[in-house]
Design a protein around this ligand. Structure first.
Ligand code: MEV
Length: 432
């Protein structure tokens, strides 16, 4: 079946035993049993492969891998793999994706996959003169850069432009920074860009008469943006004692707090990154790069602020959007050698890095809404507590059916503590 034929709604998935969940994923995706084993860590990356990825390997670190349901991204249903240790995140994303589904799901887009390579040029006699010399030799610089990666060039990528920035008042003397704008297509791009900037250094020195010092990509990938928006009917947001209008208003007020205050914005954006990072990690991408890009972009106006916006339309629907840099790839690096990462891409039917970026930013927006909706209504602890209670129940020794029963009891008693869990379990399991 083509990936677009699969439905990302799987009612009751949450309550199924682990093995039955795996069967459902096989039914709802193009994964084979061996892909699923790679994705879920039953097979997948082995120590031999890991040994070729980093240094001093002694083994592998594991994280839970959950599947976020209900996502519709540009009219396509998609099951989203999330690797994360924090409870509530996968459930939150799935629930908000279900609400967004009522309004058509997430509309997403990306800008061209252009990364920036930076070259610091010190000891320049005249900054203006050197800058104009670089622009006069722009064609020469771009064609030299184009020769660095013929494969990328053949795939339609390659150098696109140069930019020059002046730093006249630095403690190490005035310097120039040359930006090489490089279309990296489906790669994350660090290797291509770093190689290109290193190769260009002698040419740049001869053009400017200066000394090229650092040559490295910028993680503020502000030319490689991903954008998601959603529109949620106010009625879909009503729950328990809260009307849809109250929830819409509460979410907008919560967003306004993050928009105004960097202390709140840091936490608000962390909530977005809960979703973003979990997919970035599941697909073997560099989450530190995405984190760095996100927070630098959030401060681009000179004051750190919210990456998302929330408001309402004329009909009172809740309207949200998220724009952020998304330097991820689907070729090269861990994305290629990690079997679990490959299976994660297959699960989502990903063909280009742009498609992956679009799904990630949709998950970030869903995650943000999950947090704001909870914070603006019942508070974050209630949802957290029921999931946390399951972990406490397992830690107390509950097995099978008893895990959920014990968790429910702990939440009902409003005492989610290990000593209480052990006590209840002992009572339940007393013979006779
Ligand atoms: C917790 O991991 C994330 C939240 O703090 C995000 C937020 O406050 O918006 C709940």
């Amino acid at each position: 079946m083509p990936p677009e034929a699969f439905n990302s709604r799987i009612p009751g998935f949450y309550n199924l035993p682990l093995e039955e969940r795996r069967v459902k994923i096989l039914d709802h995706s193009q994964l084979s049993e061996s892909d699923l084993a790679d994705l879920s860590g039953q097979a997948g990356l082995n120590p031999e492969e890991a040994n070729h990825m980093i240094e001093n390997v002694v083994g592998m670190h594991k994280l839970p891998l959950g599947i976020a349901l209900n996502f519709v991204v540009n009219n396509r249903d998609v099951l989203v793999p999330m690797a994360i240790e924090e409870p509530s995140v996968v459930a939150g994303a799935s629930y908000m994706a279900k609400l967004a589904r009522a309004g058509g799901g997430f509309s997403v887009r990306t800008s061209p996959p252009e990364m920036i390579g930076q070259m610091q040029i010190l000891e320049v006699a005249d900054l203006y003169h050197a800058e104009s010399a670089l622009f006069s030799e722009k064609d020469k610089l771009l064609s030299a850069a184009a020769q660095v990666d013929p494969v990328l060039e053949k795939l339609g990528g390659g150098p696109r432009d140069i930019e020059v920035r002046q730093f006249p008042d630095s403690p190490v003397g005035p310097f120039l920074v040359l930006h090489l704008v490089y279309d990296v297509r489906d790669a994350m791009g660090a290797n291509a860009v770093n190689t290109a900037t290193e190769r260009l250094a002698p040419l740049v020195e001869s053009i400017t008469g200066g000394r090229v010092h650092l040559r490295i990509l910028s993680n503020l990938a502000d030319r490689r943006l991903a954008y998601a928006e959603c529109r949620i009917p106010s009625a879909a947001l009503a729950f328990e004692g809260y009307s849809g209008t109250e929830v819409v208003q509460g979410v907008i007020e919560a967003w306004a707090f993050a928009a105004a205050d960097p202390y709140r914005a840091a936490t608000h954006n962390k909530g977005i990154m809960n979703g973003v990072d979990a997919v970035v990690i599941a697909t073997g991408n560099d989450w530190r790069a995405v984190e760095a890009g996100a927070h630098a972009y959030a401060a681009r106006g000179g004051r750190y602020t919210s990456l998302s916006t929330w408001g309402q339309d004329a009909e009172g629907n809740l309207v949200g959007s998220l724009e952020m840099p998304m330097a991820i790839g689907i070729v090269g690096g861990a994305t290629k050698v990690h079997p679990g990462a490959r299976a994660a891409l297959k699960l989502m039917g990903i063909k280009t890095a742009a498609e992956l970026a679009e799904i990630i930013v949709a998950v970030g927006l869903a995650q943000n809404l999950a947090a704001l909706r909870a914070l603006a209504t019942e508070g974050i602890q209630r949802g957290h507590m029921s999931l946390h209670a399951r972990q406490v129940a397992i830690a107390a020794g509950a097995q099978g059916e008893q895990i959920n029963q014990l968790a429910e009891q702990l939440v009902a008693d409003k005492t989610v503590r290990i000593d209480r869990a052990v006590e209840i379990l002992e009572k339940w399991n007393q013979p006779g």
